[in-house]
Design a protein around this ligand. Sequence first.
Ligand code: G3P
Ligand code: MG
Length: 227
Amino acid sequence: MLCIGHRGAMGHAPENTVLSIRKAIELGADWVEIDVHLADGQLIVIHDETLDRTTNGRGKLSGYSIAKLRALEAGRGEKIPTLQEVIEEVKGKVGLNIELKGIATGEAVAIQLLALDKEHQEQILVSSFLMDELVNVSRIDKTIKLGVLSGKDVALAFDWVNKLNAYSIHLSLKQTTAESVQQAHDAGLKLLVYTVNKKVDITRMKLLGVDGVFTNYPDRVLSALSR
Ligand code: G3P
Ligand code: MG
């Protein structure tokens, strides 16, 4: 079972910052997951489309220049990272799951990934709740690994996996049952589960045989796995 640091290691450091990503790597995570939006023509690493919750800025990302966004503080003196910075940070260390959060991110991410060598690109998985964005990724490069994040309708997510020829399906803890694990594995998919922080849930996921869990606390997952 892969240990995937959620927004870096957000239980230990400000989410979606380089500090948080370094913490996840230091704790021994196999992959890190981050969220991206497009702002002022650049891909930046942030969960919300507004700045208020995670930075000292106010309002929507869309009203800001990249210079103004980069001057903000995202916790403990960290900046909002660019996707490029994060790609460089994890290179050769851990896998990277880029979650497309914002509109028009699919095309921009695919173009950015085209510039990487094949070996590096293979360490990257692009996921989203937004199927249109995943379609846009696959239009540009069919070799990029795709993950379908399931909203409320799990059956619909399984349909999309087929249409997109996805690598993985990402279900919530609640949606993960012996049946959904079986369905994913019968379809030849990896099943990744979000967000798994409690020991009891980590143990349940391990027993169900899921392929990976997103966690705010990589240390808890690794200790449950005796790693
Ligand atoms: O990608 C898994 C998980 O991050 C999805 O939810 O809201 O934390 O981005 P969220
Ligand atoms: Mg996410």
